[in-house]
Structure formats: structure tokens, C-alpha cells
Design a protein around this ligand. Structure first.
Ligand code: IMP
Length: 176
């Protein structure tokens, strides 16, 4: 199995990830305790993080998805394409956008701009990972699981050419 692949260097174990995701869930539940947020997951990468995160959230929330595409192998193409629209109304809602990783920041900028046009009451971003020194955004990432070095990572929903999403832990690839 991949976990034994010599080219994969462990970064965070499944236990470490679950402990951190629980903390994020508590923070979100506390901040949104007086409301009923709409959580929008960015497919595909965020699906495992999102599944764990919502089970760590103790308040009612609605759930929706949006799907975009921007990566070829390990590099951003620099162009973000919308593949699937979100479907629930956003107007007047407290929206939390859930992403797997912020690298160049292009994807999150693109989705944020698109969703803000629908006039949510508030808008925040929760990302499982953020790469250090790769983006310079003029808006905050409100909830971040881990800051990581500028390396290509796989596992816990994140893929390399569609593979390795099913690893429980997070790994970086030796040859990147
Ligand atoms: P950005 O637009 O450069 O911020 O990239 C965001 C998207 O690229 C993420 O949602 C991921 O799908 C993908 N991505 C960026 N870095 C990695 C990585 O290290 N591993 C796997 N996917 C990545």
C-alpha cells in the first residue's frame, strides 16, 4: 500500500490530523453558535477534511459543494475553471468555504469573488492546509489546520494525478 512507498515522507499522522480538525470544529461551533452557517466544500480535495470537520461541529449547518479545476500534475495551470456550481441560495447566509489547501491562492480568490456576488451575510474560509510563502492574499483565511512548507503533499483527500487521496495521513512526495 502507498503508506509503505519510500517516496512518501510522513508529515502528519491520522491522529495528529484528527486532533487538529476537532479543534477547528470547536472554534467554528463557538464562533457561529448564534447562527446556522452554510458550509460549502470545494471538490474534490476537501471531501475528507469536510466530512471530519462537520462531524466536529456541534451546531446546525447546511451543506453544499462547488467544484473547480486548476492543477495539472503538481503545478497550478494558473487558470481556474468552474466545473460544478453550488446549488443552495447564499444571500443573507453566513457562509464558510471549506478548501483542502491554499497554494498560489488563485483558486480561493476565484471562488470567493464568485460567491461574494451572491451577497452572503458573512463569508469566511476554512482550509485544511496553507503553504507558507506561496500566496499573498488581501483577505484572511479564517481557520487553518496546518501551515506547511512549499512541497507537494498527498493524502487525506489530496491527490497526485487523481491518486493517493485515500491515505489516512498526510505525506509529501520526495521527488517534488
Ligand atoms: P491554488 O489555486 O494554487 O491555491 O491551489 C489550490 C488547489 O490546488 C487545491 O485546492 C488543490 O486541489 C491543488 N493543490 C495545491 N497544492 C497541492 C498539493 O500540494 N497537493 C495536492 N493538491 C494541491
Amino acid at each position: 500500500m502507498y503508506e509503505l512507498d519510500k517516496n512518501l515522507i510522513p508529515l502528519f499522522s491520522s491522529n495528529e490530523i484528527h486532533a487538529r480538525v476537532k479543534e477547528l470544529g470547536s472554534e467554528i461551533s463557538e464562533k457561529y453558535r448564534h447562527t446556522h452557517p452554510l458550509i460549502i466544500g470545494v471538490l474534490n480535495g476537501s471531501f475528507i477534511f469536510l466530512a471530519d470537520l462537520i462531524r466536529s461541529i456541534s451546531i446546525d449547518c447546511d451543506l453544499d459543494f462547488i467544484k473547480v479545476k486548476s492543477y495539472k500534475k503538481t503545478k497550478s495551470t494558473g487558470k481556474v475553471q468552474l466545473v460544478m456550481e453550488n446549488s443552495l441560495p447564499i444571500k443573507g447566509k453566513d457562509v464558510i468555504l471549506v478548501e483542502d489547501i491554499i497554494d498560489t491562492g488563485l483558486t480561493i480568490k476565484f471562488i470567493r469573488q464568485k460567491l461574494l456576488k451572491s451577497s452572503p451575510k458573512s463569508f469566511s474560509i476554512a482550509s485544511f492546509l496553507s503553504k507558507k510563502g506561496t500566496h499573498n492574499l488581501d483577505f484572511p483565511i479564517d481557520f487553518i489546520g496546518f501551515e506547511i512548507p512549499h512541497k507537494f503533499v498527498v493524502g487525506y483527500g489530496l491527490d497526485f494525478e487523481g491518486k493517493m487521496r485515500n491515505l489516512n495521513g498526510l505525506y509529501y512526495m520526495k521527488n517534488d
